[in-house]
Design a protein around this ligand. Structure first.
Ligand code: HEC
Ligand code: HEC
Length: 211
């Protein structure tokens, strides 16, 4: 009895491992690495650690988020892309859906060399917004969706920890101006609309220093 129960558990776990291996087998990070080394390397680094704050870090980013953004940069049937960026539109146009899955798996599996917070004077404001939001202004805590340590939450919520503060700031301003409008249910546009320039700078800097 005991032996067969143990056997059943063993079988169940081996099936479970198998099933999850099969789910991952769809994306091939080794093939993604080739794409990264030939195309993305110039701006994001071959391992997703970018050298310039105009180009976001992709290392350690949530896999499904990378895939979604690549799909959003792509214009389909001549319609405007869901996320408008001239440079990335050109990049995404050259990628098949399979390439996008593979390269997302590659960058997601890489180790981020994180940025640091720089502006000591605004750390307290950034930290409060991150952890508590601002109840009076109707701003929810960033931690609620992006995670207490900013690591992101698969599948929808991107990592912000260690990202360039300048990039995070630029994206928040783009959401606020509705120039970036690919966030589901307007989640980020509604939040960014309530953030001042000072709050945006503070929370972006705080996120850069999160680990
Ligand atoms: C010529 C420079 C350049 C190259 C080459 C390039 N990118 Fe980008 N990428 C950018 C810029 C600039 C942005 C920021 C766009 C914005 O400000 O909205 C970006 C943004 C992204 C984002 C969004 C990240 C986020 O946090 O939302 C992803 C994903 C991405 N790139 C993937 C790739 C992949 C994969 C490749 C290779 C196939 C690639 N990029 C090649 C410049 C580049
Ligand atoms: C209700 C959930 C939710 C909350 C709360 C939230 N976010 Fe987001 N955020 C999202 C989602 C979802 C996305 C991805 C949008 C997409 O798919 O393009 C996102 C994307 C972002 C991005 C773009 C990241 C990139 O790599 O381009 C930034 C920056 C960001 N959020 C900052 C914040 C900050 C700062 C706060 C707190 C003031 C916050 N978010 C609170 C849901 C949330």
């Amino acid at each position: 009895m005991i032996r067969s129960a143990a056997m059943a558990i063993l079988l169940a776990t081996s099936f479970a491992t198998h099933a999850s291996e099969e789910a991952h087998a769809k994306a091939d990070p080794a093939k993604g690495k080739v794409v990264a080394e030939t195309i993305c390397v110039a701006c994001h680094g071959a391992d997703g650690n970018s050298m310039s704050s105009a180009n976001p870090h992709l290392a350690g980013q949530v896999e499904q988020y990378i895939f979604k953004q690549l799909s959003n940069f792509k214009s389909v049937d001549g319609k405007p892309a869901a996320r408008n960026n001239a440079i990335m539109a050109g990049m995404a146009a050259a990628l098949s859906e399979e390439d996008m899955r593979n390269v997302a798996a590659w960058f997601s599996s890489q180790k981020l060399k994180p940025e640091a917070a720089k502006d000591e004077s605004k750390i307290a404001l950034g930290k409060t917004l991150w952890r508590q939001g601002d109840f009076k202004k109707g701003i929810p805590a960033c931690a609620g969706c992006h995670g207490p340590a900013g690591a992101g939450l698969p599948a929808q919520y991107p990592r912000l920890a260690g990202q360039f503060a300048d990039y995070t700031e630029a994206q928040l301003k783009a959401f606020r101006a509705e120039e970036r409008a690919n966030d589901p249910e307007k989640m980020m546009r509604m939040i960014a609309a309530k953030l001042s320039d000072v709050e945006i700078k503070a929370v972006a800097d705080y996120a850069a220093g999160l680990r």
